[in-house]
Design a protein around this ligand. Structure first.
Ligand code: 5AD
Length: 349
């Protein structure tokens, strides 16, 4: 029993564990251990970020995707998905709405939609950059070559989110079509860092086939990459995917890993994700109490929100929508934190 408390102390002290220690810790976690972990994680978060929770506006601008990831509801072969894409003006008006609500970071996310070419995306970023010089622009638009990443950066994008999904190549191959590979994914992340993006990566918790050993590899990769942001959330099955009958990841393991990531990378920006809010009504508040410090309410137009369905039952009409800022703020205040609306750049630069 004591052994695992000591491992948490060691994680806090040395900011890392060996693969064997990670596996052991993940396998032997308990409620008591989690409570201890979360209290240290909150302390660490407080040291760097006080009680501040950063709010980002998420704009899901297209759900067309050329990829066929086995877990994802907007995979190419899902004929039941109702496809949409916003045009430039619609995206800009989401930004204007977000700005009026006080948001200073826009996260532009889409499937890998071939109609958004490098030039179109570059123009889009340039337009947002010139209309909102005081805002951060985060892209989450999948894998590109280094020259394209650079073009987006030069046009004014500051941050890029690209989850590595899983470090282990065999596990990666189980979750993805043969056209995608773990190595290329990671290469993209190194390119993004090299270019100068504040880079975010992450993975799904409880993805089919995931083992404690694979999670240990994910933790070691996070340590090595040392990203500015880490997004993790539970895997949730989608009814129109090959994984429809798989079980979802748990709240409990997701919270545990959030706490571990906070201790390993104390300055990291760590969102309490929509998926976490989807599997439990207080998921995001619990995420914050485990070490998360970012929330990303939805800024997409009401009419398309339900079509950006990566997994079943995604929440998108209540507090998670940017329009409900007041109620989001109340919930965050209720657990002793406050929302802040500045750009909230990473301290881990
Ligand atoms: N459950 C949870 N998360 C998912 N994602 C995609 N599909 C699912 C799902 N079924 C995550 C992936 C991707 C991010 C945008 O959403 O990790 O990187």
């Amino acid at each position: 029993m004591d052994r695992y408390f000591r491992l948490i102390d060691k994680l806090k002290r040395e900011r890392t564990l060996s693969a064997a220690e990670w596996t052991d810790l993940i396998e032997h976690r308990s409620q008591e251990l989690s409570e201890y972990l979360f209290s240290l994680a909150r302390e660490e978060q407080g040291l760097y970020y006080g009680k501040d929770i950063f709010v980002r506006g998420l704009i899901e601008f297209s759900n067309y995707c050329r990829n066929d990831c086995l877990y994802c509801g907007i995979r190419r072969s899902n004929r039941n998905a109702r496809r949409y894409r916003l045009d430039e003006d619609e995206i800009l008006s989401c930004c204007h709405e977000g700005y009026a609500l006080g948001l200073r970071t826009f996260v532009l996310q889409s499937g890998e939609d071939a109609s958004f070419t490098r030039d179109r995306l570059t123009n889009l970023v340039r337009r947002i950059r010139s209309s909102f010089p005081d805002c951060a622009i985060t892209l989450s638009v999948g894998e590109w070559d280094e020259a394209s990443f650079k073009a987006f950066f030069d046009a004014g994008a500051d941050r890029y989110l690209l989850r590595h999904e899983t470090y282990n190549p065999e596990h990666y191959a189980m979750l993805h079509p043969p056209s995608l590979c773990a190595q290329n994914r990671r290469q993209c992340l190194w390119s993004l860092k090299k270019i100068g993006y504040q880079t975010g990566t992450g993975f799904m918790v409880g993805a089919p086939g995931q083992t404690p050993e694979y999670l240990a590899e994910d933790m070691l990769f996070l340590k090595e990459l040392n990203p500015q942001m880490v997004g993790i959330g539970p895997f949730i099955p989608h009814r129109d995917t090959p994984f429809k009958n798989e079980t979802a990841g748990t709240l409990e393991l997701t919270l545990f890993l959030l706490g571990c990531i906070r201790l390993m990378l104390p300055k990291v920006l760590l969102p309490a994700t929509t998926a976490l809010g989807t599997i439990h009504p207080e998921g995001r508040e619990l995420g914050i109490l485990a070490g998360a410090n970012v929330v990303m309410p939805n800024l997409s137009p009401q009419g398309v929100r339900k079509d950006y369905l990566l997994y079943d039952n995604k929440i998108c009409t209540g507090e998670e929508s940017a329009q409900c800022r007041d109620s989001l703020e109340r919930k965050i205040n209720a657990i002793g934190y406050r929302t802040v609306t500045d750009r909230g750049d990473s301290l881990n630069l």
